[in-house]
Design a protein around this ligand. Structure first.
Ligand code: NI
Length: 325
């Protein structure tokens, strides 16, 4: 009996010790939890608040209230997300290269005043192009091109063949009377680099004589056939030689749309364009090209006008390709 009673007493003390231990542990836990902010407490106004500092409520409410905070802490900062560097903004973007506008305008800081100044500068600089036609005259085509030029108050340069000049004298006279420039494309379209000096003189001077019987143009500028020139050619011809920087390939494509696209895709201020008044497709193309160039702000002038407008005085024996700047 005595042993049973001792056992019962010992068990009682053990239970009490366990309860006290549990209570102490719970108290320490609560105290630590409060200090670390994981349990409820009171805010400055004395309201009971949860760990998120919000008024206490149902556990469900607290969890809902915590959700956005947890999400916010997980969501990457917006500044971390790589954003594309914006393209530099400047007044030069006003000019659309696809519309044939000048694109080599120096960018200037983006302020309203300076935008206005840039626009004024462009308006003051007249864009010019010289259309040139070789190998004619050929009235079925040349006459149509002359009509299109008249309709659009524009001028071009015709590098005619001496051996056609007598036959088509009226066409040359009309072109000249309209204000176009008549150039010389030699008498019989020979490669001048394969000729002697005397032969070169014949090809150039005899052709020039024939041209002057139709229109008094004086010493016409020369377009050497195939663009071929040599030191002998340069020192012999006695007049400026005009080549080109835009080949429309009209002789190759014989297609008005292709000619139109070739010109519109490349043309710039100061260009000299090569064409031939031999193909109806070239005349067709001019009916679209000339009004469109004018709409884009170009003035269509003769080669002489183009070079002189840029301060260039053509010299005998020199070769000119364009007046691009
Ligand atoms: Ni030719």
């Amino acid at each position: 009996m005595i042993q049973r009673g001792r056992k019962r007493k010992r068990r009682k003390y053990t239970l009490q010790a366990l309860w006290i231990f549990a209570a102490v542990i719970a108290s320490i836990g609560l105290l630590l939890g409060y200090k670390l902010g994981f349990s409820d407490g009171k805010n400055e106004e004395g309201t009971i608040v949860n760990a998120a500092g919000q008024p206490d409520g149902l556990i469900k409410d607290n969890l809902l209230a915590l959700t956005p905070i947890l999400q916010a802490s997980v969501t990457p900062e917006p500044t971390v997300t790589p954003t594309p560097t914006p393209e530099p903004q400047g007044p030069y973007q006003v000019y659309n290269p696809s519309e044939g506008e000048e694109s080599n305008i120096t960018p200037i800081p983006s302020t309203g005043e300076e935008v206005t100044e840039a626009e004024e500068t462009v308006q003051e600089t007249q864009k010019m192009i010289a259309l040139t036609f070789d190998d004619g005259p050929y009235p079925p085509v040349t006459d149509r091109i002359l009509q299109t030029l008249r309709d659009n108050d524009s001028h071009a340069t015709f590098f005619v063949m001496g051996n056609r000049a007598e036959t088509y004298s009226d066409t040359i006279a009309q072109a000249f009377a309209d204000g176009n420039q008549i150039g010389n494309h030699t008498y019989s379209h020979k490669d001048l680099t394969k000729l002697s000096a005397d032969q070169i003189i014949y090809e150039v001077q005899y052709s020039n004589d024939m041209i002057n019987q139709s229109a008094e143009v004086g010493d016409a500028y020369l377009r050497p056939p195939y663009g071929a020139k040599s030191e002998t050619v340069k020192s012999t011809v006695g007049v400026p030689m005009i080549c080109w920087n835009v080949d429309t390939l009209d002789w190759k494509t014989k297609d008005a749309d292709a000619i139109y696209k070739e010109i519109m895709g490349t043309v710039k201020d100061g260009d000299i364009l090569l064409m031939h008044d031999l193909y109806p497709s070239t005349a067709d193309a001019m009916e679209k090209v000339i009004p469109e160039l004018i709409r884009q702000g170009y003035k269509l002038v003769t080669v002489k006008e183009l070079l002189e407008s840029r301060g260039v005085t053509p010299e005998a024996g020199s070769v000119y390709y364009s007046a691009r700047q």
